[in-house]
Each structure stands twice: as C-alpha cells, then as structure tokens.
Design a binder for this molecule. Structure first.
Ligand code: FAD
Ligand code: NAI
Length: 471
C-alpha cells in the first residue's frame, strides 16, 4: 500500500472543512487542513454568518433605542447616537474570538493547518506553498464566492459597489443603499443598514423576495420589510451601473422588459447568489469535471467521480448553508473512518436572521401540494398567527405565523414554516420532529412551556387537526 503523509487532507477550513478535519482527527485519522486565509473558519466565521449576525444584533439594539421600543419599557435615553466604529469593533471581536477558537481546536485535536492555497498534483497529492502533501483521501471543502453581475463591477475598497464582504465592513452609514437581490444576504444586510439610518431600496428580479421559501412566507416578507421602510422594486432587473465620484447610477428595467429608469445611490450591494470555488484547484490535473452549475457532484458518501477525492459544503449541490456544510463534514469523516455517515438532506432548516426571523424546514406548501398531486394523496395545513401567541403579544412582536404542513392520510409532518422574532430557534423543534418522522398530532400533544413563542408551533400543529385553542 502506498505510503501517504496523511490519512486525510481537507482543502478549506470553513464549516465543512474545519468540522470534518476535527471529526476525522477525533476518529483517529492523521489529518491536515489546507487554508489560504490568514484565519480559520472560512466564509462563515470571517465574512459570513458571524460578522453579519454581530451587525444584525448590534443594529437591532440601536434601532430599539431610536424607534422608541426601549422608551416603551420605561428606558429613558438622552440623545441616541451611533458609534459605527464601536459596532464594527464588536463585530471584529466576535470574529477574532471564534476564528482563534478554531485554531485552538485544531491544536487540541492534532489537526495540522497547512497554510496556503492547495492545488491538486494528482488525486492523492496537493501542492501548498511549493510543497507536496499526500493523503489516502482528499476532501474538497473550498466553499463559494459571490456571483458577479455583468455590468456592475464590485470594488470593496472604494466602498461604492460592494459585495457582502464590503457591506459588512462599511465605515459610514450610506445615505441610499441599493441592494441588488432580495435574497438572504440582501435582506439581512439591507436590514442592518436600514436600522442604522440608510434609505434602502431592494431590486429583485423575481416577483417575490426570498426564493425557495414557502409562498405565504414570501408574501408576508414583502409586507413586513415594506413596513420597516425598505423600498422594494420587485420584478425588476439591473442592466448596468456607472460610478462617478462617490455616487453610482444604476439602470433598471422591468424583468419582463419595458422602459428603463435610473436610480442614484452612494452604495450598491450586489447579492445575487454565490457560486462554488473550483478555480485554481487544479481539477484538470485529476480529471474532475463540474456539473452545468459549476458544482462538484458526489454520491451519498461524498465520493466524487475521482477515486480518493470527496467533496462537501457549498462546492457541492444543495443549500449553501453553514450547518449543512458542518453536517457533511462530520459525515464525510465518519464515512472515511468507519464506512458510514448520516446527513438527512430532506431536513435542513433555513433561517433569515432579520427581525422577525424567517425560517423553514422541509417542503413548502407549494412543493407539498405538487408532490401530493403527483402521488394521488393530499395535504393538510395548520397555521397559527404570532399575534395570538401570548409571549409574542406581550413582547410587542405581532408579525408572523407558524405553518405546519402534514400528509392528510398519515399526518406525517412534511414541512414547517415560521415567521417570529425567534423563528430560527423555534425551527429546531420542527427539524427534530421531522427527523423522528413525527406527525402533527405528536407536536400538538407535546407539552410546550408557557409562555413561549414555541407554543405557536404546538397550536399550528393543533390547527392541522382543525382545533387550536387561542385562535
Ligand atoms: P467556506 O466557508 O466558504 O470555506 C471555504 C474555505 O476554503 C475558505 O476559507 C477559503 O479561503 C478556503 N479555500 C478555497 N479554496 C482553497 C484552496 N484551493 N486552498 C486553500 N484554501 C482554499 N450560512 C448559514 O448557515 N447561516 C448564516 O447565518 C449565514 N450567513 C451568511 C452571511 C453571509 C454574508 C455569507 C456570504 C454567507 C452566509 N452563510 C450563512 C453561508 C455560509 O457562510 C456558507 O454556507 C458556509 O460558509 C459554507 O461552508 P464551506 O465550508 O463549504 O465553505
Ligand atoms: P440568494 O440566492 O438568497 O438571493 C439572490 C437573489 O438575487 C434572488 O432573490 C434572485 O432572484 C436575485 N437576483 C438574481 N439575479 C438578479 C438580478 N440580476 N437582479 C436582481 N435580482 C437578482 O443569494 P444571496 O442572498 O446572495 O446569498 C447567497 C447564499 O448565501 C445563499 O444561498 C444563502 O444560503 C447563503 N446565506 C445564508 C444566510 C443565512 O442562512 N441566514 C445569510 C446569508 C447568506
């Protein structure tokens, strides 16, 4: 048998690669992880999940002070001012603490960090900073980067046309921020800068925000964000951008065609999706081909078409989410070490961390109806408004609902959708229920603590059977 330097090398130390590497080492494999960034943690910890949540949390506190939310509770404030540098420093602290934490975990678990950019020499060898390293198995976990929009050139240094990384690092509150793309990044970052005082316009190609989410949730999202002062230009596309001095002029037109108009902005965020990182990896050296969407296809054990090479996370098909990448990291390590691993790709929750939060797991009502029609079955849907939930009402959080979708015959839960201040936390219950194959009756007869937002989940499940108590 060939003599390799390592049992396994992970390329990329994002939530997929770093979690996989730690798990592999825990399982006794000699493990290395290649990362070209200065810090570990990938997109998520450095320029994604964590910094965006730090700014969402901080900007929410600021908005509570400014919009009278705190005053309602008798918190008397003097003149409220924003110290953006302090907010950015808090964000940087969160990132530093967590990325440093991964470095500590690597040392603790004896995962070797190979610093630099990895390129495949052959299926068992990568070159990093001029040196070759071999492994029995190599796992590609290189993640994704922003999809560019032709005609709209991103320059994060100038800070006028930016991507999410630039939008996380602005040193000023824009007067007018135009967000191109009404998806997750657009709405999270749009919310941050709106709360801090910017006028925000969201230009979205489709007729609704948040593609992929349940239809009711998408409709409600438009209402809620409009109420919060975001201007929405749905069914609209950007056809070009020109920067002059500190201003950008965008040309927009109806997505279906028609007269064009221009909008001026001092900041433009391009957030039209992300694409897998596969360039510069030397995939041609190992004959690994990409699918039509530029992704690496794998089997259930994350094997690619090349023996000894597996792939996980944003670089393979599926939702581009940190927790999906993490679970795949654990599973691929377990497959390599033991021959089995588990990721249930049908039960991966998704959350938009705005206020309120938008969350879902499983099928949308539209998908469930379509599948039922195809198989000759039917579905039942139960909905419960947050307005009727005692805790949400007490906290002055009237927006949102919980919706439970179940099979009409078996009552098995097929999907759950929630809009609530803590929907991201609430959806974990639904994911667990679905993982265990629960029925809506199982949720309805599970005792939920009072007064909690989670009671809305129970009542929505009761509504599937036509009998909620509080509505
Ligand atoms: P990544 O995290 O992208 O990590 C890949 C790493 O590989 C990078 O560090 C890169 O430098 C390195 N790399 C690439 N090529 C090479 C090479 N050849 N050699 C060496 N190193 C290489 N998801 C959520 O679930 N929740 C959220 O709240 C959330 N918020 C987000 C907010 C923003 C603004 C963005 C942009 C994304 C957010 N995401 C969120 C998505 C999440 O960040 C990704 O799904 C996740 O990071 C994917 O993990 P990954 O390990 O596949 O790749
Ligand atoms: P997205 O896919 O969520 O949204 C992109 C939006 O841009 C879509 O609504 C799309 O219709 C629209 N669009 C595409 N081309 C357009 C055009 N030319 N003009 C106007 N609109 C256009 O992608 P986004 O927001 O960039 O996020 C990328 C990924 O990062 C997502 O897949 C998401 O999963 C992940 N992410 C997750 C977060 C979370 O879990 N909370 C937070 C941020 C990002």
């Amino acid at each position: 048998m060939a003599n390799y330097d390592y049992d396994v090398i992970f390329i990329g130390a994002g939530p997929g690669g770093y979690v996989g590497a730690i798990r592999a080492a825990q399982l006794g494999l000699k493990t290395a992880c290649v990362e070209s960034r200065e810090t570990l943690g990938g997109t998520c910890l450095n320029v994604g999940c964590i910094p965006s949540k730090a700014l969402l949390h901080g900007s929410e506190k600021f908005a509570e002070a400014v919009d009278g939310t705190l005053a309602r509770y008798g918190v008397k404030l003097g003149k409220v001012e924003l110290d953006l540098a302090a907010l950015q420093a808090d964000k940087a602290d969160a990132v530093k603490g967590l990325t440093g934490g991964i470095e500590f975990l690597f040392k603790k678990n004896k995962v070797e960090w190979l610093k630099g950019h990895a390129t495949f020499k052959d299926a068992h060898t990568v070159t990093v900073a001029g040196k070759d390293y071999s492994a029995k198995e190599i796992v590609i976990a290189t993640g994704s980067s922003v999809t560019p929009l032709p005609g709209v050139e991103i320059d994060n240094d100038k800070g006028i046309i930016v991507d999410s990384t630039g939008a996380l690092a602005l040193d000023r509150v824009p007067e007018h921020l135009v967000v191109i793309g009404g998806g997750v990044i657009g709405l999270e970052m749009g919310s941050v800068w709106r709360r801090l005082g910017a006028k925000v316009t969201v230009v979205e190609f489709l007729d609704q925000l948040l593609p992929g989410m349940d239809g009711d949730v998408r409709k409600e999202a438009a209402k809620i964000f409009k109420k919060q002062g975001l201007e929405l230009k749905l069914g609209t596309k950007v056809t070009g951008a020109a920067v002059k001095g500190k201003k950008a002029t965008l040309t927009i037109e109806p997505a279906k065609g028609g007269a064009s108009e221009t909008i001026e902005a001092d900041c433009v965020l391009v957030a039209v999706g992300r694409r897998p990182n596969t360039q510069g990896l030397g995939l041609e050296n190992i004959g690994l081909e990409l699918n039509a969407r530029g992704q690496i296809e794998t089997g259930p054990d994350f094997r690619t078409s090349v023996d000894g090479v597996r792939a996980i996370g944003d670089v393979i098909p599926g939702p581009m989410l940190a927790h999906k990448a993490e679970d795949e990291g654990i599973a691929v390590a377990e497959y390599i070490a033991t021959g089995t691993g588990i990721v249930n790709h049908d039960v991966i929750p998704g959350v938009v961390y705005t206020m309120p939060e938008f969350a879902g797991v499983g099928l949308t009502e539209e998908q469930a109806r379509e599948q039922a029609a195809a198989s000759g079955s039917e579905i039942k849907v139960g909905k419960f408004a947050m307005l009727a939930n005692s805790r949400a009402k007490t906290n002055h959080e009237p927006d949102g609902f919980v919706k439970v979708i179940a099979d009409a015959k078996t009552d098995k839960v097929l999907g759950v959708w929630a809009i609530a201040s803590v929907a991201g936390t609430m959806i974990a219950e639904a994911a667990l229920a679905m993982e265990f194959g629960a029925t809506s009756e199982d949720i309805a007869y599970t005792c939920h603590a009072h007064p909690t937002h989670a009671e809305a989940m129970k009542e929505a499940a009761m509504a599937v059977q036509g009998k909620p108590i509080h509505m």
